[in-house]
Unconditional design. Structure first.
Length: 253
């Protein structure tokens, strides 16, 4: 066997040919590592816009740098990087784990940020219409199951986070943080290519949760009957919810 030796590579003197990258392998790896972290931080800043506005650049970047160090990307699609960020913020910014004190509102703003972004990018489905419901036979109502739109999500807030959000969104003075007397449910979904959200009363939240769990309309009515005082009509309330959910595009055909 004859071994053919190739000549050593030489740097070209032709200005049209770029020179090889300078620096050691360790230096080049450091540059790549810095660029990788910067790209992840840019992704977080884009996905959590209201959280960034609330915290400011310096505090947001410091927290996100900590998160990136502990949670490297596990997907080739950076769109889904950051799903664990709200829960990480909830654990990081609490009395026991933070020198800056308890800030539950930060995680809640981040959770709303992420849920709205997920609704914007989520799968589509044709929405249920009043004509679809009118086509149901009387006997169908005993077993019919109404499906939520695939982007629909229900989250819980314990601070005046919606007031903070609206102030940030409209470039108004952000009010002081306040704990709510009871947790507030917020429904998030996409309708007509735009994400929407609104607060819901506990009774409607229970009905939405039943629907998300795949319960039938009859089962939802039975649940409302258990939760309502005896003098209120659970079937009428369930019918009112159904009409509103259809009008708002919360249900899939």
């Amino acid at each position: 066997m004859r071994i053919v030796r190739t000549p050593a590579c030489k740097l070209s003197s032709d200005p049209r040919v770029p020179a090889a990258a300078a620096g050691s392998a360790a230096q080049r790896l450091g540059v790549y590592h810095h660029a990788y972290r910067a790209r992840l931080q840019e992704t977080l800043r884009d996905s959590f816009g209201h959280t960034l506005l609330y915290l400011g650049d310096e505090w947001f970047d410091a927290l996100s740098a900590e998160f990136i160090e502990a949670h490297p990307s596990e997907s080739a699609n950076l769109r889904w990087y950051g799903g664990a960020y709200p829960e990480w913020l909830a654990q990081r910014l609490n009395d026991a784990g933070s020198a800056v004190g308890d800030h539950p509102e930060v995680a809640e703003i981040a959770r709303l940020d992420w849920t709205l972004r997920a609704a914007f990018d989520g799968p589509d489905a044709p929405v249920l219409t009043l004509a679809d419901v009118a086509a149901l036979a009387p006997q169908d109502w005993a077993t019919v199951v109404f499906k939520p739109h695939p982007t629909l999500a229900l989250i819980s807030l314990r601070c005046n986070t919606l007031s903070l959000w609206h102030a940030l969104d409209q470039d108004l003075e952000v009010p002081p943080v306040e704990a709510l007397p009871a947790s507030m449910a917020v429904v998030v979904w996409r309708f007509e290519e735009r994400p929407h959200f609104r607060s819901v009363l506990p009774i409607e939240a229970a009905a939405l949760q039943a629907m998300l769990q795949g319960q039938s309309f009859a089962e939802m009515c039975a649940l409302l009957a258990e939760l309502l005082p005896e003098d209120e009509n659970a079937a009428a309330l369930a019918g009112g919810y159904l009409r509103r959910w259809i009008d708002e595009g919360l249900l899939a055909r």
